[in-house]
Ligand binder design. Structure first.
Ligand code: NAD
Ligand code: DAU
Length: 355
């Protein structure tokens, strides 16, 4: 009998890398990918593994309590890896309600279904909640986030993720549900929806469109290649201690403006443009309201206790990412069509140019 493991949000960016890794590396698991297929969910991301015997897809909205309960009845899961979420900060500023519903209510629905299903025997079971470094708030020029940093979320997105983290911990304390949380820094890599900084810039450079840098581009993010995040999740799921939190980061801080210039340089080479051509597309636009200044993650606990380390350098990861987007222009065109076009026009045509 295969052990049933539920992965939520498996059709999204990080989820699809996690699902692929688990389906291929753990043939003794039946991996059930439950996803609502919002604008960010795309089954094309998993076309290469959709016919594997140990993979199933279920179209489910985690906000719908009844569907979640029947999913648990159908598969009798022994493990849960929860990634489904509304994940984009700018969208959370436009419509916070969706974030409360999916990220908070959806997580509580999953916790309740898990508890009901495991109540009589919690041995060798685990509810793994995938969270973000944004719950810790924002840093100045110095310092970093550790697992002990107090929560101080600043955006509707991070507030909803912080709330879901608190519920997960509350179920550990109150009901002894075996849980683990990891808080990761900014991911990049293949299959990321082009509303996020790196794929948005790649897409715009490719199409000779303006590159909208918020404010002065001084904000700092700590970037990690998505497959290294998936590897950390695999390790923590198997070797992590219930009740614990693990921070995951790339030790790789970049000011947005420097990162965009670096991308322009890589893409000028790949597209056969003379150096400096794409940089001319950089346009400074109105800042994101409440824009967190800097994130920096200290992942020494994960490194020391479980032996994790990132496998690719930023240059290697960015090269791979750019190559993937250039080779998969059909994927990009498909996801950029329709609703996203409308969103893009709303977000960027209304943003004032400031430089
Ligand atoms: P994503 O937006 O690319 O994918 C989210 C997935 O969740 C999509 O497939 C979507 O269809 C699904 N989903 C959304 N609402 C749902 C609902 N109500 N029911 C079922 N499925 C639903 O997100 P991502 O960037 O892959 O992030 C995945 C997780 O990792 C999120 O929990 C996010 O908070 C966390 N995280 C992301 C990053 C990052 O840099 N992207 C970093 C740290 C943590
Ligand atoms: O830190 C982890 C978080 O990283 C995840 O929890 C979120 O799900 C993920 O979206 C990401 O959040 P950010 O807000 O940091 O990512 P985003 O790609 O939206 O923005 C990265 C930085 O680039 C941020 O400082 C805002 C800036 N930016 C973003 C966009 C989309 C721009 O300057 N221009 C843009 O067009």
């Amino acid at each position: 009998m295969l052990k049933s493991i539920l992965i939520t949000g498996g059709a999204g960016f990080i989820g699809s890398h996690v699902v692929r890794r688990f389906v291929k590396n753990h043939p003794d698991y039946l991996i059930v990918n439950a996803d609502k297929l919002t604008y960010a969910g795309n089954l094309e991301n998993l076309a290469d593994i959709e016919n594997y015997n140990n993979y199933r897809f279920e179209k489910i909205d985690i906000v719908d309590k009844k569907s979640v309960l029947s999913l648990f009845e159908k598969y009798r899961f022994e493990g849960v890896i929860h990634l489904a979420a509304e994940s984009h900060v700018d969208r959370s500023i436009e419509s916070p309600d969706d974030f409360v519903m999916t990220n908070v209510v959806g997580t509580v629905n999953l916790l309740n279904a898990t508890l009901a299903s495991w109540n009589s025997d919690m041995n060798n079971k685990l509810f793994y909640h995938v969270s973000t470094d944004e719950v810790y708030g924002t840093l100045g020029k110095e310092g970093y986030f550790t697992e002990k940093t107090p929560y101080d979320p600043k955006s509707p997105y991070s507030a909803s993720k912080a709330s879901s983290d608190h519920f997960v911990r509350a179920y550990f304390n109150t009901y002894k549900l075996p849980v683990i949380i990891s808080n990761c820094s900014n991911n990049y890599g293949p299959n990321q929806f082009p509303e996020k900084l790196i794929p948005l810039m790649i897409n715009n450079i490719r199409n000779n469109k303006p590159l909208p840098v918020y404010g002065k581009g001084e904000n700092v993010r700590d970037w990690l290649y998505v497959e290294d995040h998936a590897a950390a999740i695999d390790l923590i799921f198997h070797k992590g201690k219930p009740g614990e939190t693990y921070n995951i980061g790339g030790d790789n801080e970049w000011k947005n403006i420097d990162l965009v210039k670096f991308l322009c340089k890589i893409m000028d080479k790949k597209l056969g443009r003379s150096e400096g051509t794409s940089e001319k597309l950089i346009t400074f636009v109105t800042d994101r309201p409440g824009h967190d200044f800097r994130y920096s993650i200290n992942s020494s606990k994960l490194k020391k206790e479980l032996g994790w380390k990132p496998s690719v350098t930023f240059s290697e990861g960015l090269e791979k990412t750019v190559d993937w987007y250039l080779e998969n222009s059909r994927w990009l065109e498909n996801v950029v069509s329709g609703e996203y076009e409308k969103y893009y026009e709303k977000m960027y045509l209304n943003r004032n140019r400031i430089g």
